[in-house]
Each structure stands twice: as structure tokens, then as C-alpha cells.
Design a protein around this ligand. Structure first.
Ligand SMILES: NC(=O)c1ccc[n+]([C@@H]2O[C@H](COP(=O)([O-])OP(=O)(O)OC[C@H]3O[C@@H](n4cnc5c(N)ncnc54)[C@H](O)[C@@H]3O)[C@@H](O)[C@H]2O)c1
Length: 392
């Protein structure tokens, strides 16, 4: 018997799946978080979030206590869930083309448990045309497939999920209506799109952000070459001049989504997406540019370089595709002595931020954690603060 109040989330112990499951459970659904990652399953069932996501720890404890949510590695949990939401990863191979094999293979596994009244919602960010392929795999068992992409900013799910509009696209009316019902419970506004439109909306959004950040990173490099401070230039550009208001700060543009989704879009456009190539070169080469500029005036082999902040974004512990980590690797490969610190990401090589400042000749801010805003860094040290975090 299918239980209309039960939701199974596959990839449920991940950054997208777990917060979504928590929000749904807080609205009365019984949620099964299905995942392969045993370590994270165990943590969740003990009421511990496997990663930093604002507000989730408290909500998880409450929902576990109320028995509204649990985690498991058993895919057959989907059998009696009306809604099956798919949040598994959609990686690209060699920073080029999507690796669809695992994603599509998963639907062959899922198919064994499907019945005609299930509602299957794909939430991962997918290569255009993937939903057609998924539908081809499952249609003999179930035709109710929706694509409702996740659009939250990692770390802010609980705040953002109710406030951003939810895109609903589906293969039939039943899937569309049922998806509207479930998302209406957690979002203020749901909007309809065709599947092909929804697939592009998600990728365009991430590519747009990725390219925008690269513009500021390019401006940062141009300013550095002139001995100018981009943050000051940016502030002056935006002062009482609305057209420049949205120019982002420069910084290490990284993480699991922006570049990956820009690459998916590029692959979809036969790699003729020229802006993608330029943005990727600019963003990914920023750590190398910093090292090159530093080595023009310093013998780096005689210096200690401290990297403050390792996660890819502020107030988060996620280091996936982090450019701070890339920077550290480059420095180490050049046999330069490094020190590292982070406020959220735990690593045995990390040291306290104040000790790092004391022991380093050069300090590079890798992540704009709030804890760095008021740091005092003596004028005898070289400070590289791409993000403009430290208050002067
Ligand atoms: N992280 C974000 O902020 C964000 C935002 C919007 C969209 N997305 C997209 O959502 C998707 C998931 O991203 P994420 O950051 O949550 O990744 P993640 O790696 O944190 O989570 C994915 C989870 O899926 C599990 N998994 C993988 N294959 C599985 C399988 N066959 N069966 C069961 N579990 C399986 C993994 O163990 C992992 O826990 C990606 O497509 C990503 O691009 C991510």
C-alpha cells in the first residue's frame, strides 16, 4: 500500500537531500532519507548533522525525537512512499562532460520497486535531456516524473526553501499536480515550466553566477597589476550608481555546483560556450595568479604562507572543489612552507587562526568567514585579502 504521507529522498544524507527531508518532515510528512553513505546515515539517526547547514541540527534532533524522519541504505523503503525525490550527485568527468552513467543506472535499480501511482521527483541539477532518458527507463512501471530543481544556496536551506519560488515541470498532469501539492507545503510560490525549460533554468542560473564572479576576479587581477585595491574601486563604482550595484566581490569562486553546472551547459553546447571557458580559466587560475604575483617580489621558499579559510564558502565546512585547497596544493608542490586554518572544516593539520598569523610571513584569506573580519594583521606581514574581508 502506498502511503500518501510518506516521502523517500534518495541522496537523503547529502547537502540537498537532508535539509529538504527535514523541512518536509517539519510539515508533517514521514520522511525516509535513503543514502549509500553509511557514516552519514549513522550520524543522522543519532541526531547529528553530517555537515554544517544553518538551523538543521536543532530541527533534526526535534524530528528524530518525533520519529518523523530516519536514514537508511535500503532502497526498498521507496515501495510504500508516495513521493520519491532524487537528490543524488550529477558530476562531470575531467571538468568537461557529464558523467550520466551512475545517475541513469540508479533508475534501473529504482524501477524494480516502482508502481504506477508513485510520484518521482528529480531534484539534482541535470544535463539537459536527462529527464527524457529517465522517463525512457521508468515509463513501463510509472509515468509520473517531475523535474523540480533545487536552487538554495548551500548552508541557507532552511531560510531559503520557503522563500524562493519552486519550479515545477513534469511529464504528465498527475505528476505536476502532486508535485505542486508537496512543494506548496514548504514554499510560498510554485511556478510551472516545461521540463526542457526547467533543466536550462537551473544550469543558466549557476552559469550566470559563475561568469559574473569571473568578471570581478578579472577586474581584481587588473587592479593588482596596477597596484590598486579592487575592493576600493568596486565601492567607488557602486557609490550612488545603481547600474553597478550587482557587481560581486572578487574571491575564490568554487564549490560543487557553479563550475560543474557551467561545464554541463558547455558540454550541451558542444563546448562552444566561450564565456564558460574564459570564466573557468579566470576563476580556477586565481590561486596561481596570487602565487605568481607574490613570487615576483618575494623568495617564497624562504617564507611561510598561511591560508586562512579552507571551505569553499563562508560559515561552512564544505571543501568540495575549494580553491583554498588548490592554493595549498600549489604552494606545497613548489616546496613552500604552508600553514592552514579554518573555523568550520576540521583537519588535523589546521592550527588556530591567531597562531597562524603569528607564524606566517604571508597571509592569504581563502574563505571570508566572519571570524576573520576583526583580525589584526601587523604591517610587517603581507596580507592577500581577495574578498576584502578584513576591516582596515
Ligand atoms: N550543494 C548544493 O548547494 C546544491 C544546490 C542545488 C543543487 N544541487 C545539486 O543537487 C545534487 C546533489 O548535490 P549535493 O551537494 O547534495 O551532493 P552530496 O554529495 O552532498 O549528496 C548526494 C548524496 O547522494 C548519495 N548517493 C549517491 N548515489 C546514490 C545512490 N545510488 N543511492 C543512494 N544514495 C546515493 C551520496 O552518498 C550523497 O550523500 C547535485 O546534482 C547538485 O548539483 C546542489
Amino acid at each position: 500500500m502506498i502511503n500518501s504521507n510518506k516521502v523517500s529522498i534518495v541522496g537523503g544524507a547529502g547537502h540537498v537531500g537532508a535539509p529538504l527531508g527535514l523541512v518536509l518532515s517539519s510539515k508533517g510528512y514521514n520522511v525516509a532519507l535513503i543514502d549509500k553513505n553509511q557514516k552519514n546515515i549513522k550520524k543522522i539517526n543519532q541526531g547529528e548533522m553530517p555537515f554544517v547547514e544553518e538551523g538543521c541540527k536543532k530541527l533534526l534532533k526535534r524530528m528524530i525525537y518525533k520519529k518523523k524522519i530516519f536514514a537508511t541504505n535500503q532502497l526498498n523503503e521507496v515501495k510504500n512512499s508516495k513521493f520519491i525525490i532524487i537528490c543524488i550527485g550529477t558530476p562531470v568527468k575531467n571538468k568537461r562532460d557529464p558523467n550520466l552513467k551512475n545517475f541513469l543506472n540508479f533508475f534501473y535499480d529504482l524501477k524494480k520497486y516502482l508502481k504506477k501511482n508513485h510520484i518521482i521527483i528529480v531534484r539534482s541539477s541535470i544535463y539537459p535531456g536527462t529527464c527524457d532518458k529517465v522517463f525512457g527507463i521508468i515509463k513501463n512501471k510509472c509515468k509520473n516524473l517531475s523535474y523540480c530543481p533545487e536552487r538554495i544556496a548551500q548552508g541557507q536551506s532552511l531560510k531559503e526553501l520557503p522563500n524562493i519560488s519552486q519550479i515545477i515541470s513534469a511529464t504528465n498532469n498527475k505528476a505536476k499536480l502532486e508535485s505542486r501539492i508537496i512543494f506548496k507545503k514548504i514554499c510560498k510560490k510554485v511556478i510551472n515550466a516545461e521540463i526542457a525549460e526547467a533543466e536550462l533554468i537551473k544550469l543558466f542560473s549557476n552559469a550566470y553566477r559563475y561568469i559574473n564572479f569571473s568578471i570581478s576576479n578579472q577586474f581584481y587581477m587588473m587592479c593588482q597589476n596596477q597596484g590598486l585595491n579592487f575592493n576600493k574601486v568596486r565601492n567607488l563604482m557602486r557609490d550612488n550608481y545603481a547600474r553597478n550595484e550587482n557587481i560581486p566581490k572578487a574571491g575564490f569562486t568554487a564549490g560543487p555546483c557553479l563550475m560543474k553546472d557551467t561545464m554541463q551547459l558547455s558540454s550541451f553546447y558542444n563546448h562552444s560556450f566561450k564565456l564558460c571557458r574564459s570564466a573557468m580559466i579566470i576563476n580556477e587560475d586565481l590561486p596561481l595568479y596570487i602565487i605568481k604575483k607574490l613570487s615576483e617580489k618575494n623568495n617564497l621558499r624562504k617564507k611561510t604562507v598561511g591560508v586562512l579559510g579552507l571551505s569553499f564558502k563562508a560559515e561552512n565546512d564544505d571543501i568540495r572543489d575549494s580553491l583554498s585547497i588548490k592554493l595549498l596544493k600549489h604552494l606545497k608542490s613548489k616546496k613552500i612552507k604552508t600553514l592552514q586554518s579554518d573555523e568550520y572544516y576540521k583537519d588535523k593539520q589546521n592550527i588556530n587562526k591567531n597562531i597562524l598569523i603569528k607564524r606566517s610571513d604571508i597571509i592569504i584569506i581563502g574563505t571570508p568567514h566572519k571570524a576573520y573580519k576583526k583580525l589584526k594583521i601587523g604591517s610587517n606581514k603581507i596580507l592577500i585579502d581577495v574578498w576584502g574581508v578584513i576591516k582596515k
